[in-house]
Design a protein around this ligand. Structure first.
Ligand SMILES: *[C@@H]1O[C@H](CO)[C@@H](O)[C@H](O)[C@H]1NC(C)=O
Ligand SMILES: *[C@@H]1O[C@H](CO)[C@@H](O)[C@H](O)[C@H]1NC(C)=O
Ligand SMILES: *[C@@H]1O[C@H](CO)[C@@H](O)[C@H](O)[C@H]1NC(C)=O
Length: 523
């Protein structure tokens, strides 16, 4: 149960999966469970890793919840040892709840067979690239334990006897933990790598011009080596220029993996140059046990997600409405193999949407085959995308909230997978705006003039944010900047379909300069 899922989602999961025992790390989490205990009648036991206080024990008892500490649990186990019950390949291994796009989280049914297939297949792809792990290796664990990508990496370690070091629980202190642990395996999410990149760049820009020159020469030399698939951390440049950055990651990293959302090519390329170890990118989703393809170690390119894992087949299916055809090596990415999930727990309708009758998982991503058999992700089928931090965004849902503001006649919400925030193009209501501007801001101007007025923009954005909050939008779903456009989107000006749906592609093209400008100011 992730913290970020929210109370309603946690209750839903506990009830749907009929969970009777929950393990909590901290007392506050137990409190949160007890606060909603009436809504979760199946819940009987709570195991607390932190030492329980007298107060929380009492509170649990008053709610008829059996609270024990983790050490008590271990003592119980010692008293009553059980025979191991080996699983079979097709047994359910985990219900991995995925937050998806809208509505409540869905429980992806993942099997033991699928977990093993994915781990072994990923290892088989890494091995020819010189990546093989042993008990000498250490993984730094800081992603949510319930995340499929984290689970995959941990299985990879356990299977090979490698060590797993858990961070202290505060991302702000992660870099300290890394220095202490000196991990050899560093899983990453784009957000974190972006921060590493920004930090290095800021320091560089504040430094002397000689330093910058040296740095650029070092990067250029590394780029040349990368093109020849040479990855090393013992060149002169590593010793002179990149040593500090490598030491910041503990000094022993031999593999960086990234997944969960696309990493910007600029950052990926930069990292490959400075860290002196392979940086591979995985592609997939919870429904395919986190990955179905991984880039090859040594591929200097940043535009592909690698070949299919040896445990699955990938095909591209026609998407006529978007002009993508398999005959052109383009289409929706579909996956089949042991790593594909069994379906969503107790949700046949959603299962049928994701899995077709022949067992292909339809991902909703549009892919393209490159000549050498690697896959490139080029688009999204549904109107749903991920932001840089990995959150799903359904723009239409957000637009429907914003139009509740009287000032807003129409709105187009836009986001990009390499950015961490959303922006919007707003057409203010021509029947409301002039009067409102007069009373509120003492402005008597035309729609055009009002739309280019910074105060008007500020007020409209504030009003939208207010409605967004009231409408239950998460803060990452709120637009961070808007552009005001005085003319309604219409069928005539080509921005609406004959059934009055927004032509998102046309809107994106038309407002590209404004969107770029907004992102420039947000960066
Ligand atoms: C350099 O790479 C080697 C081999 O992967 C590794 O053992 C060593 O710790 C690395 N050194 C640094 C400073 O990252
Ligand atoms: C595959 O082809 C792409 C596009 O030509 C290239 O950039 C990439 O480096 C190649 N990857 C491999 C592993 O050959
Ligand atoms: C409104 O604006 C007009 C013209 O700019 C000005 O003369 C007037 O004093 C303003 N009224 C208020 C209440 O600020």
């Amino acid at each position: 149960l992730y913290d970020t899922l929210g109370a309603e989602a946690c209750t839903h999961i506990i009830n749907q999966a009929e969970i009777s025992l929950v393990i909590c790390d901290k007392i506050v989490k137990v409190k949160a469970l007890l606060d909603r205990i009436k809504e979760t009648p199946n819940l009987r036991k709570v195991v607390l890793v932190e030492e329980p206080s007298a107060e929380i024990r009492e509170s649990a008892a008053s709610h008829k919840i059996d609270l024990i500490s983790f050490s008590e649990l271990e003592a119980l186990g010692e008293q009553k040892p059980q025979e191991p019950k080996p699983c079979k390949p097709d047994d359910l291994c985990v219900l991995c709840y995925t937050s998806g796009t809208t509505g409540l989280p869905k429980g992806a049914m993942l099997t033991h067979k699928g977990t093993m297939a994915t781990v072994v297949a990923a290892a088989a792809i890494l091995k020819p690239g010189g990546i093989d792990i042993s008990p000498e290796d250490t993984l730094i664990s800081y992603l949510p334990l319930a995340h499929s990508y984290e689970r995959l990496l941990e299985c990879y370690c356990v299977l090979n006897g490698a060590r797993i070091g858990f961070f202290q629980g505060d991302v702000k202190l992660l870099m300290d933990d890394i220095k202490e642990l000196q991990p050899t395996l560093f899983p990453s999410v784009p957000r974190l790598l972006n921060r590493v990149y920004d930090k290095v760049m800021t320091q560089l820009n504040e430094g002397s011009s000689i330093k910058r020159k040296l740095f650029n020469m070092a990067i250029a030399s590394k780029e040349n080596e990368l093109k020849k698939s040479i990855i090393r951390n013992d060149s002169l440049w590593d010793k002179v220029v990149f040593k500090k950055i490598q030491a910041g990651l503990g000094g022993k990293v031999k593999l960086i993996t990234t997944g969960s959302a696309p990493l910007s090519p600029k950052v990926l390329h930069f990292l490959r140059c400075v860290v002196g170890c392979p940086v591979v990118e995985g592609y997939g989703q919870t429904e395919s046990h986190a990955i179905c393809s991984v880039t090859l170690v040594g591929d200097p390119d940043t535009g592909n997600v690698g070949p299919p894992l040896p445990c699955c087949q990938i095909k591209l299916a026609d998407v006529e409405e978007m002009n993508y055809y398999a005959k052109d090596d383009k289409g929706e990415v579909c996956i089949k193999g042991p790593n594909v999930f069994l379906g969503y727990y107790r949700d046949q309708a959603k299962t049928d949407e994701a899995l077709d009758k022949d067992g292909w998982l339809h991902t909703g991503d549009i892919g393209q085959w490159l000549e050498n058999g690697t896959l490139k992700i080029i688009d999204r089928k549904k109107n749903i995308f991920k932001l840089a931090q990995g959150e799903y965004i359904a723009p239409e849902k957000i637009e429907n909230v914003y139009v509740r503001s009287q000032l807003v006649a129409q709105v187009f919400v836009h986001g990009e997978s390499l950015k961490s925030s959303l922006v919007g193009v707003v057409v203010p209501d021509p029947d409301v705006l002039p009067n409102w501007a007069k009373t509120k801001l003492n402005l008597t101007q035309s729609m055009e003039e009002l739309c280019s007025n910074a105060d008007v923009k500020k007020e409209i954005l504030a009003d939208m944010t207010k409605y967004g909050k009231a409408g239950g939008l998460h803060s990452f779903e709120q637009v961070k900047d808007i552009f005001l456009y005085p003319e309604l989107f219409s069928v005539e000006n080509g921005l609406l379909t004959p059934t009055f749906k927004a032509k998102r592609h046309e809107l994106k093209v038309m407002f590209k300069p404004q969107i770029d400008e907004m992102y420039k100011n947000l960066a």
